[in-house]
Design a protein around this ligand. Structure first.
Ligand SMILES: Nc1ncnc2c1ncn2[C@@H]1O[C@@H]2COP(=O)(O)O[C@H]3[C@@H](O)[C@H](n4cnc5c(N)ncnc54)O[C@@H]3COP(=O)(O)O[C@H]2[C@H]1O
Ligand SMILES: Nc1ncnc2c1ncn2[C@@H]1O[C@@H]2COP(=O)(O)O[C@H]3[C@@H](O)[C@H](n4cnc5c(N)ncnc54)O[C@@H]3COP(=O)(O)O[C@H]2[C@H]1O
Lengths: 141, 141
């Protein structure tokens, strides 16, 4: 097995570019975000601001947690709150020139990692699936 | 890199055993299943029958999809429908003696794979995280 080969692979080689990534915006009401998540079937998606800067990720769990009251689901909150109020903004990011090993280490604890450019613009995502596919091919060589 | 080493690893070496896995039962109302998913924070969990046989998996998306009407979330359906009516029963499974390469291949398309014994009893789950951790260690040797 050529261990050098896999170290030459970059995030840019494996990522899904931004135009193919479902995302929502910071100012969107939770109702819109939940519908995007339910329609796409994804557990979580990236959050951008109006200028396409990467701001964080939002998941179904974050939204449902925020409307789950003591007695019932407070469905009216879906139209009253925005993505910015429930999203997680403290998530690691990668640059497309970063190496495979750095990405693999992050993927241990993150189903996907957002890729941003030097100005903080959203560039795409790197998924566990892409990493596992690469490793599976690598181990069969 | 010793490629033989990783091929000697079995599902049993990496899996999370059943007593540490959150799960629900086929006859549970959707409301109970959604609360388990929200409380644990997991996107999906295994479904067992009353005899602890593995029956499938249920996800937040499956539950929310089933209560999402044209105009609103039909929250009353959460107490009227059961897990069995919305779960996915056609999922691949593994045996604890199966090899790492077979598990890696399945993990490309599945965030976790349920492990069952020869009688169909639920034995545990193998997660993408466990596989990635192993591969990360393997590539650093
Ligand atoms: N529509 C679909 N068709 C086929 N397979 C599907 C699918 N939706 C989900 N999956 C499968 O389920 C895995 C977990 O999806 P999840 O939505 O929890 O977690 C996803 C989701 O939160 C996010 N993601 C993936 N692709 C995305 C996209 N195009 N736009 C936005 N977010 C995406 O990255 C996470 C990891 O994705 P990954 O591909 O590694 O792993 C995916 C993939 O193997
Ligand atoms: N409470 C928590 N603490 C720390 N990290 C957490 C966490 N909950 C989720 N994560 C992280 O998020 C990943 C995706 O979780 P998800 O719930 O979508 O998807 C999970 C979930 O559906 C299921 N799962 C994992 N552990 C489970 C358990 N003990 N019981 C039931 N289901 C479990 O297997 C999928 C893949 O799990 P994996 O560990 O590879 O990957 C997990 C893990 O890296």
């Amino acid at each position: 097995i050529q261990s050098t080969e896999i170290r030459d692979v970059t995030v840019g080689d494996l990522m899904i570019s931004s135009e193919k990534v479902a995302h929502v915006q910071t100012q969107n009401p939770l109702e819109h975000a939940l519908l995007v998540l339910v329609k796409t079937g994804y557990s979580a998606v990236p959050v951008l601001n109006a200028q396409s800067h990467f701001k964080g990720i939002v998941s179904k769990t974050m939204i449902i947690d925020s409307i789950l009251g003591i007695e019932r689901f407070e469905v009216e909150k879906l139209s009253q709150s925005t993505v910015q109020e429930v999203m997680d903004s403290e998530v690691p990011t990668l640059h497309r020139d970063d190496g495979f090993m750095k990405a693999l280490k992050l993927a241990i604890n993150h189903p996907f990692i957002c890729v941003v450019d030097e100005n903080g613009y959203f560039d795409g995502i790197l998924t566990r699936r892409a990493i596992l596919k690469k490793l599976n091919r690598h181990l069969h060589e």
